[in-house]
Ligand binder design. Structure first.
Ligand code: NAP
Ligand code: MG
Length: 399
């Protein structure tokens, strides 16, 4: 039995992923680890009972202990308010947690033999870091009805103004105002540099500063400033590179690399590029996701949702074949980080082994239905949710 020192913050969730959560703990964790967690039930019923206080408490606990693992949760919409008889339409737990930890989300495909990326030369995962604040996601827009003058006006606290003409319209058109803050960009930069050091990978960052000489240029300057002030020495001593280029150049280069680096993107670029990278690599169920705060707090989760459709089948007593890989990797990510912070090498080794056992189970041809549909392997065995986890346990025990 492996012993732990500091508890992990455990955030339980909803629907099919809540079922997988328990199976993973029972089959793959508690037989080997004396699991120490501080448990928060973020299942929708309990969030509703506590007026969502439990979500805030779990984020505060994450700040206190430093590492959390989160199950997928329902973000309520009108249908969910009715289904769960909610007091109100509670906010997205991920949004609440992200706001409290001020973090950046890093996502990377879990690559395995037999599930090959469409881009042939991608041998190693590309980690996408998306800035999650501002730009077009907090825009103000006007549909211009006809001729007139559009201006950009900033009024300082003391009343002084900065004024720029956007365009003298001679007919109808459109205008848009976007913003970001130095603080948010700086936090984003720090999270990216910390994560690069943590995972020993190069960091790429790209904007369109040749065209956007003030807005995008500010991003470039802040990254460079943060790099030189706090990270350059560390990067050099680890042999890592911080590389800035134009976004179109980055896109062209990414296609030709073999992967294995972090690609930091502005909000919109990150939205678009993370969907490109993940779909090129097969499935959302084969994607790790970790929220890293600029102060160095980590929250690990799966990139997919609660897999509602499978849950309803499960409730009907039907068999499901839900992929638990991303949720297993959330646990191993958190355990490995806990082991690193508390200096427990056995815990880190166990996390590595469980990752390996999961991937070699798939490589031996045993997998869930979603992967069976896209694999290049012949004669695979499709397992149900439970038997897939049991097959991983068998591989693990053989190791
Ligand atoms: P989803 O849970 O990601 O599932 C969408 C579809 O993708 C599933 O129906 C399934 O396709 C496939 N899929 C996703 N994960 C899979 C897995 N592990 N194994 C096999 N197939 C998988 O998205 P959703 O159904 O749109 O959303 C359900 C709930 O999740 C919503 O209430 C939403 O708010 C929440 N959500 C939470 C998070 C989070 O907590 N991080 C993220 C996104 C969504 P087939 O049905 O074709 O098999
Ligand atoms: Mg998107």
């Amino acid at each position: 039995m492996i012993e732990m020192k500091t508890p992990l913050v455990e955030m339980d969730g909803d629907e099919m992923t809540r079922i997988l959560w328990q199976m993973i703990k029972d089959e793959l964790l508690t037989p080997y680890i004396n699991l120490k967690t501080e448990y928060y039930d973020l299942g929708l019923e309990h969030r509703n009972e506590t007026d969502d206080q439990v979500t805030i408490d779990s984020a505060e606990a994450t700040k206190k202990y430093g590492v959390a693992v989160k199950c997928a949760t329902i973000t309520p919409n009108a249908a969910r308010v009715k289904e769960y008889n909610l007091k109100q339409m509670w906010k997205s737990p991920n949004g609440t947690i992200r706001a409290l930890l001020d973090g950046t989300v890093f996502r990377a495909p879990i690559q395995v033999k037999g599930i090959d990326p469409c881009v042939k030369n991608w041998k190693k995962p590309i980690t996408l870091a998306r800035h999650a604040y501002g730009d077009v996601y907090k825009n103000v827009e006007i549909q211009v009805p006809g001729a007139g003058k559009a201006e950009l006006v900033y009024t300082a606290a003391d009343g002084t103004e900065i004024r720029e003409t956007i365009h003298e319209f001679t007919g109808p058109g459109i205008i848009q105002g976007v913003h970001n803050t130095d603080d948010s960009i700086r936090s984003f930069a720090k999270s990216c540099f910390n994560y690069a050091i943590d995972t020993k990978q190069d960091l790429w960052f790209a904007t369109k500063d040749t065209i956007s000489k003030k807005y995008d240029h500010r991003f470039k300057d802040i990254f460079q400033e943060v790099y030189e002030d706090s990270y350059k020495n560390k990067f050099e001593s680890l042999g890592l590179e911080y590389f800035y280029t134009l976004i179109d150049d980055a896109v062209a280069r990414v296609m030709k690399t073999e992967g294995g680096f972090i690609w930091a993107c502005k909000n919109y670029d990150g939205d678009v590029m993370s969907d490109m990278v993940s779909s090129a690599c097969g499935s959302l169920a084969m994607m790790t996701s970790v929220l890293v705060s600029p102060s160095g707090v980590y929250e690990y989760e799966a990139a997919h949702g609660t897999v509602q459709r499978h849950y309803y089948k499960h409730l009907n007593g039907e068999e499901t074949s839900t992929n638990s890989v991303a949720t297993i990797f959330a646990w191993t990510g958190a355990l490995r980080k806990r082991g690193e912070l508390d200096n427990i090498p056995e815990l880190m080794e166990f996390a590595d082994k469980l990752d390996k056992a999961t991937l070699s189970t798939i490589e031996s041809g045993k997998m869930t239905k979603d992967l069976a549909l896209i694999t290049s392997m012949k004669d695979v065995t499709v397992l149900n949710s439970e038997n897939f986890i049991k097959a991983i346990r068998e591989t693990l025990d053989n190791m």
